[in-house]
Design a protein around this ligand. Structure first.
Ligand SMILES: Nc1nc2c(ncn2[C@@H]2O[C@H](COP(=O)(O)OP(=O)(O)OP(=O)(O)O)[C@@H](O)[C@H]2O)c(=O)[nH]1
Length: 326
């Protein structure tokens, strides 16, 4: 589709999508720290009232805009348009925009923003929808979550991540499944999001015509529902945590309820530790890392977000509070 002004004058936008915990932020960090001589403005949208992702995106010169309190494809779409419009006023400061959606976002309405909003359309160009796939969990996720299916179907590029957690036969089976949903998008395998930049950036254009062929209603107001049974619980605690108690509690919890716990992430304040600790889990598989000191004027407060099914808020709160130092 050629539109005036010429596409060179338009800022390229990459939409990074993929189900909860697939590795979007990990890949984003890989892109931001790579030597490409470019500067990206980053928009991060997450599900759950307490923002965590902002702390997990690497500290580079990049400007990171955080959008919480809703999913980018529904309630906060107006916010996205406002952020893009204000970014465009500082057009010369960056070469492109990367938007990381929540793991539950349907990419279609996000992509639609770049065609439906006149102001956005005249200044930006959707370069590609890149979908990150968790090689270990995707088959199960596709059975349970229509959003995951949409994310694969709608992708211009598919990144098959976490290849270290699956063997060759499993990877081939997943590739076959992906091809059966989206036969056009190339599939690139990665570990820890170590993608080749040329595989995801400068893809030269989201193919509107292909999408219109499959989804003639794309430019209208799409009907869009989230799975009603997925919810989030956000907890915070000012009293420092006892690291041992936390480890025991969270391991037992994930062991018992891991199937329902789609995603857990937190920034934790452990007693006696100068640094923030980032805790993360996808189902039962957890990891964690120190992520540097608390920022000046930042309250030393632990924040923990659960996203999943059948979450029992009072029980989770009681469990979390029981990890506080005595
Ligand atoms: N073993 C393994 N773990 C990975 C890989 N990529 C990411 N992870 C881990 O998977 C977890 C989720 O990674 P993120 O990059 O935060 O995933 P995300 O898609 O941004 O998650 P949400 O934004 O919460 O949906 C983290 O604990 C990562 O360290 C990989 O290739 N292999």
């Amino acid at each position: 589709m050629s539109d005036s002004p010429t596409s060179d004058a338009l800022v390229p936008v990459t939409v990074l999508t993929g189900f909860l915990g697939a590795g979007k932020t990990t890949m984003l960090n890989h892109i931001l720290t790579a030597q490409h001589g470019r500067k990206y403005a980053v928009v991060v949208n997450e599900y759950g009232e307490l923002g965590i992702d902002n702390d997990l995106v690497v500290d580079t010169d990049e400007e990171v805009f955080e959008m919480n309190n809703g999913c980018i494809c529904c309630t906060v779409r107006g916010d996205l348009i406002r952020i893009l419009t204000s970014l465009m006023k500082r057009r010369g400061k960056f070469d492109g925009i990367i938007i990381e959606t929540t793991g539950l976002a349907d990419p279609a309405p996000v992509a639609q923003t770049f065609f439906a909003d006149e102001d956005v359309r005249s200044k930006t160009r959707l370069d590609a929808v890149v979908t990150v796939i968790d090689a270990m969990n995707i088959e199960q996720t596709l059975k349970e979550s229509p959003e995951a299916h949409q994310q694969v179907a709608f992708a211009d590029v598919l990144i098959l991540n976490k290849t270290d957690l699956a063997d060759e036969a499993q990877l081939e089976a997943v590739e076959k499944t992906l091809k059966s949903i989206n036969s056009i998008a190339p599939v690139h395998r990665t570990k820890k999001g170590n993608v080749k930049l040329t595989d995801v950036l400068d893809q030269g254009g989201f193919d509107l015509e292909r999408v219109l062929k499959n989804m003639p209603e794309f430019l209208e107001h799409p009907e869009h529902k989230h799975e009603a049974d997925i919810s989030s619980v956000s907890l915070s605690l000012k009293t420092p945590l006892d690291a041992n108690k936390f480890q025991l509690w969270i391991s037992a919890l994930l062991q018992e309820k891991g199937a329902d716990m789609l995603r857990t992430k937190g920034i934790l304040n452990f007693e006696g530790q100068p640094d923030r600790f980032a805790f993360q889990a996808v189902h039962m598989m957890a990891d964690g890392d120190s992520i540097g000191p608390w920022k000046e004027n930042e309250p030393r407060e632990s924040r923990l977000v659960f996203i999943g099914r059948n979450l029992n808020r009072p029980q989770l709160r009681r469990g979390f509070e029981s990890c506080a130092i005595a």
